[in-house]
Design a protein around this ligand. Structure first.
Ligand code: 13P
Length: 250
């Protein structure tokens, strides 16, 4: 099964208009190679402008979150349909920062993933254990619960992406050991087979957490790692470009 790697940038709550210039430089880097699909997820305020800036390049755009409903009285929220209307192809759901900052549980995340599909977007469902959970040795159980609770059934393999982001590796400069990444990604593939049968083979499983130019090639070379979800290093073309270049088609 060939899975085209996905290199996704999550800009989190960063980026004003000048960031569009950086995005152009990222697009130049992306367009000069064809090993991976490339995605940028800016703050919602930049999505329309970014999608316009990137039209004609290979770089796609995505949201960082969506509400489960299509429209209604939900002050401050953005629906999946609105993201699609602004030019998005993807949306991140269930990022650990949203699970922590906004108390999102697995049911909420699953509803958001379904909303993404309703709007024609591909959800990137995030899972990840906390440091204490890994220390206790319950990391596989935690991920199993998050995956089972957050992943809608009856999806085709190319209709959903999973991102494994150990919480303790996000923004810390620490990454999981290659053998731990390999173990977890294989575990996730096996769990996905339980959830969606043979479609699981087509699902891209991204690694996230302090992916940098210096460690990207090693991480992307691990079995069942089908791309990366990159935070800090996606903000600058000088960092994100080399990460994109590290991705080879499998
Ligand atoms: P960093 O790459 O900054 O560690 O962030 C990872 C992340 O949370 C991407 O969603």
């Amino acid at each position: 099964m060939t899975r085209t790697p996905l290199i996704a940038g999550n800009w989190k709550m960063n980026g004003l208009q000048p960031a569009l210039e950086e995005a152009k430089a990222i697009a130049q880097a992306a367009d000069s190679q064809d090993g991976a699909e490339v995605l940028l997820c800016p703050p919602a305020t930049l999505l329309t402008d970014l999608a316009r800036t990137l039209s004609g390049s290979r770089v796609k755009t995505g949201g960082q979150d969506c509400h489960a409903e299509e429209s209604g009285a939900h002050t401050g929220d953005v629906s999946a349909e609105m993201l699609a209307g602004a030019g998005a192809d993807y949306v991140i759901v269930g990022h650990s920062e949203r699970r922590a900052d906004h108390g999102e549980d697995d049911l909420t995340v699953k509803a958001k993933a379904k909303a993404a599909r309703r709007a024609g977007l591909t959800p990137i469902i995030c899972v990840g254990e906390k440091e204490a959970e890994r220390a206790k040795g319950v990391h596989l159980d935690v991920i199993e619960m998050q995956l089972d609770g957050s992943t809608p059934k009856n999806l085709a393999g190319d209709e959903v992406v999973i991102a494994y982001e150990p919480v303790w590796a996000i923004g810390t400069g620490r990454t999981a050991e290659p053998q731990d990444i390999a173990e977890m990604h294989e575990f996730i593939r096996t769990r996905l087979r339980h959830i969606m049968g043979e479609e699981a083979e087509g699902v891209r499983i991204l690694y996230g957490g302090s992916v940098k130019p210096g460690n990207a090639a090693e991480i992307l070379g691990i079995d069942n790692v089908d791309g990366a979800l990159v935070g800090g290093a996606s903000l600058k073309a000088a960092d994100f470009g080399p990460i994109i270049a590290s991705a080879q088609s499998e």
